[in-house]
Design a protein around this ligand. Structure first.
Ligand SMILES: [Zn+2]
Length: 329
């Protein structure tokens, strides 16, 4: 940031005008995603300068932590601009105050002090947040003229998680776990979940559940694109899967709308690939399960930012914490 003169005085001393020098300092944003760990170097305007992506290939525990280091080493290799810090978006329940991952089922991380470990190794400030919360912040930050003060972003991939933006700020709750809706039981007689319970939202609406049902119906591995194509063509096995997955998510949304009366719901993540039929099922179920007066004006849409949304949110959170600045423009 540098001083570029003085602005008009409104009576007292004229304010100093500051301009953010684009690449004077860089931030790293990481998305520890389901299939890939991705990271970007981002400048203080939120512009991405370099991106590296590494396949997870089933790694978990210490091996997954090693992959985080590898990703950071590659990203930072040859970088000369000072690094403001590292913002990390990760699946699971995260204590953002300490940067500890309390539990990330799919990566087999439990009480992992990721923030501390990374801060020590790279000697910069680190902020760790849940990936859905980071994504929600990015949806808010980069909404441009369409920005609204309250929004709920829901990421639907292997896991299902929501991020809540209330009055223009990320709401994390008492234990940083606000929006962790994926392990709410929606089907008392449902399938066994990775968390040990049965019938969690993830076991109906999540990517693995959808692919498993599709594989059982077709007798071979079937991805989301194939499910969508078959559902769009009206094949009963696929329409059933898509409608059920959408309806389960719609139920969860009805509960969120009932609790918070937030009207903008943005859906993100791999499962949005199921397309319009899925979106219609989500809307129909949410509409039929919440108080009509509350739900009439609710706008459920698929997010416009399909890539980098967690990376950008994680870097925004780091900048907000370190500089007290927001990347909103
Ligand atoms: Zn569960």
């Amino acid at each position: 940031m540098r001083e570029i003169g003085r602005g008009p005085s409104s009576g007292g001393k004229a304010p100093i005008l500051l301009e953010v020098d684009d690449d004077a300092r860089l931030v790293v944003g990481l998305d520890l995603g389901e299939e890939h760990f991705a990271g970007s170097l981002v400048n203080l305007r939120g512009e991405i300068r370099r991106t590296v992506e590494l396949a997870v290939d089933g790694r978990d525990g210490d091996a997954a932590l090693g992959l985080v280091f590898e990703l950071l080493d590659q990203l930072l290799d040859g970088t000369t601009a000072p690094l403001l810090g590292i913002g990390i978006g990760t699946p699971g329940l995260v204590d953002s105050r300490t940067g500890t991952i309390r539990r990330a089922v799919n990566l087999d991380w439990r009480d992992l002090p990721l923030g501390e470990i990374v801060a020590e190794r790279y000697a910069v400030p680190v902020n760790v947040a849940n990936d859905s919360q980071a994504a929600a912040l990015a949806e808010y930050t980069y909404a441009g003229g369409d920005r609204v003060p309250n929004l709920i972003a829901i990421r639907v991939g292997r896991g299902v998680g929501a991020g809540l933006i209330l009055r223009g700020a990320l709401f994390q709750g008492d234990g940083s776990g606000a929006g962790e809706i994926g392990h709410t039981v929606v089907d008392d007689h449902g399938a066994l979940c990775s968390c040990g319970r049965t019938g969690c939202l993830e076991t109906v609406a999540g990517m693995r559940a959808i692919e498993a049902r599709a594989a059982a119906a077709k007798g071979r591995e079937t991805d989301l694109e194939a499910v969508r194509t078959a559902a769009d063509a009206g094949e009963a096995w696929a329409t059933e899967i898509v409608d059920d997955a959408g309806a389960a998510l719609g139920k969860a949304i009805a509960a969120l709308v009932g609790a918070l009366d937030v009207q903008r719901i943005v859906l993100l993540g791999p499962v949005t690939a199921l397309g319009d039929r899925w979106l219609s099922a989500v809307r129909r179920e949410a509409g039929s399960r919440a108080l009509a007066l509350l739900v009439d004006d609710v706008d459920i849409q698929v997010g416009r930012q399909t890539t980098n949304v967690v990376v950008r949110g994680a870097s925004s959170l780091l900048v907000a914490r370190e500089l007290g600045l927001s990347l909103v423009r």
